[in-house]
Design a protein around this ligand. Structure first.
Ligand SMILES: *Cc1c(COP(=O)(O)O)cnc(C)c1O
Length: 424
């Protein structure tokens, strides 16, 4: 795409954008009495205006039916999770039976590790990305300890080559191959939260399987951001949260993917609860756990209807817009941001984008490594009405999302950035 550094160009792109009207379906956060430019959907997505009605609907059902709400009304709570399955499956490229919405992300990661990190003999190691989100690091550490291993020995962290900021796929695969006989699991983010690098999940999964390991992904930064085909790629399991790109509210519920070849195997060890028990006989309250087929068999507790109602509202927007259309716009929008930052012609020693330049190796986020006074720059951006985020020690993450951000906002951001950098 041929970009131009002008407001007129940005406005023209917005007019041509078939998804432009989705912006009005979200509440715009306010800074100093004005709509902020919000590039923080990677951390907490904006509130869809439709969410309140979905929430109110369940509040009303609760008021009207009380306990009978489990079976009464048009959205009985007993099977509420099923209302989310099809749309969730489309977001991650799965069959509906391969996904379930439940709990929260780190909880689900632990549940998946119980089932899919099953070290045996020499095969007890986990390959993961260095600098993974801390919750994932702690989950892996504690799981290896739980099995009696020393995490320093059992967890192999991959780091970029000297002088580089992101991992090369060939190096990831090389590492998987070279540890093939001691590998139990490959567990990575789909997109690294810090650098914004999108990993080649298909290639990593194939390499992990060839090495005799299982392969799982944390899709916190990938779900609702990029197009995935988890089923086709034969990923063993994945987890994600709903409050980042999926716009389902603070502390929102989480999603889980279990490939059908595992989902239909009742013998896979798991931590069980009554909501994962065969639904047709669940209320007989009998002894002896019989898992439901598919990912639903990993449910523990009765569904969190209120956060799930919000999630449902949000998923409908994704279904309406279409994840492939969103991704198409996203590549243009982030490409425009990259073009404008390039056009500032700042010295690498001042500011450097560490996210890969290849659109296929990133989602919507660009991470700017700011060599001096990063915090000050961040504060100035906020002062100018722009919400981005700061990650210690010196990275500012900028995530224009295709659902509610515009080319004009990207243009205005770059103008402010230029001003901030020239007045330092
Ligand atoms: C946001 C994020 C989390 C947060 O975990 P919660 O259990 O939802 O608090 C975990 N892992 C990754 C990779 C994340 O990006």
């Amino acid at each position: 795409m041929n970009y131009q550094n002008s407001l007129a160009f940005a406005q023209q792109q917005d007019q041509l954008d078939p998804l432009q009207h989705y912006k009005s379906r979200f509440y715009a956060p306010q800074l100093k009495g004005q709509d902020a430019i919000y590039f923080c959907g990677n951390s907490l997505g904006l509130q869809p205006k439709s969410a309140q009605a979905y929430l109110d609907h369940e509040m009303q059902n609760w008021a009207d039916f009380a306990v009978e709400g489990h079976f009464k009304g048009d959205t009985p709570w007993f099977s509420y999770h099923e209302l989310l399955a099809a749309a969730t499956a489309r977001v991650v490229g799965a069959n509906p039976a391969e996904v379930v919405v439940m709990n929260q992300l780190t909880v689900n990661l632990h549940l998946m590790l119980v089932s899919f990190y099953r070290p045996q003999g020499k095969r007890y190691k986990i390959i993961t990305e260095g600098g993974a989100f801390p919750s994932d690091q702690y989950a892996l550490e504690s799981q290896t300890r739980f099995h009696g291993y020393n995490p320093d020995d059992a967890i192999i962290e991959l780091f970029p080559r000297e002088g580089e900021h992101t991992l090369r796929t060939e190096d990831i695969i090389q590492s998987i191959n070279s540890h093939a006989d001691e590998l139990a699991l490959v567990m990575m983010g789909g997109i690294n939260y810090y650098t914004g690098q999108l990993f080649d999940m298909a290639a990593i999964t194939a390499a992990g399987h060839a090495a005799g390991a299982l392969v799982g992904f944390d899709l916190a930064h990938a779900a609702g951001n990029v197009v995935m085909q988890l089923h086709q790629w034969e990923v063993d399991f994945a987890v994600w949260c709903s409050y980042k790109y999926l716009n389902s509210g603070p502390g929102g519920t989480s999603g889980v993917f279990v490939h059908e070849r595992h989902g239909n195997n009742p013998d896979i060890p798991r931590f069980a609860g009554w909501w994962g028990h065969d639904a047709s006989v669940r209320f007989q309250m009998k002894k002896g756990f019989i898992p439901m087929p598919g990912a639903a068999g990993w449910q523990l507790s009765n569904a969190q209807i209120l956060p799930m109602a919000v999630h449902r509202a949000s998923l409908e927007l994704f279904d309406e817009a279409g994840i492939a259309n969103l991704r198409q716009k996203s590549e243009k929008l982030t490409g425009f941001l990259e073009f404008l930052i390039d056009d500032l012609q700042v010295n690498k020693n001042t500011l450097e984008v560490i996210t890969p330049r290849d659109p296929a190796a990133r989602g919507c986020q660009l991470s700017m490594l700011v060599k001096q006074n990063a915090r000050l720059l961040f504060d100035k951006l906020t002062e100018a009405g722009i919400i981005v985020d700061f990650r210690e020690p010196n990275v500012i993450r900028v995530a224009p999302t295709p659902l509610y951000n515009t080319f004009e906002e990207v243009f205005r951001f770059a103008e402010v950035l230029r001003q901030c950098l020239t007045t330092r």
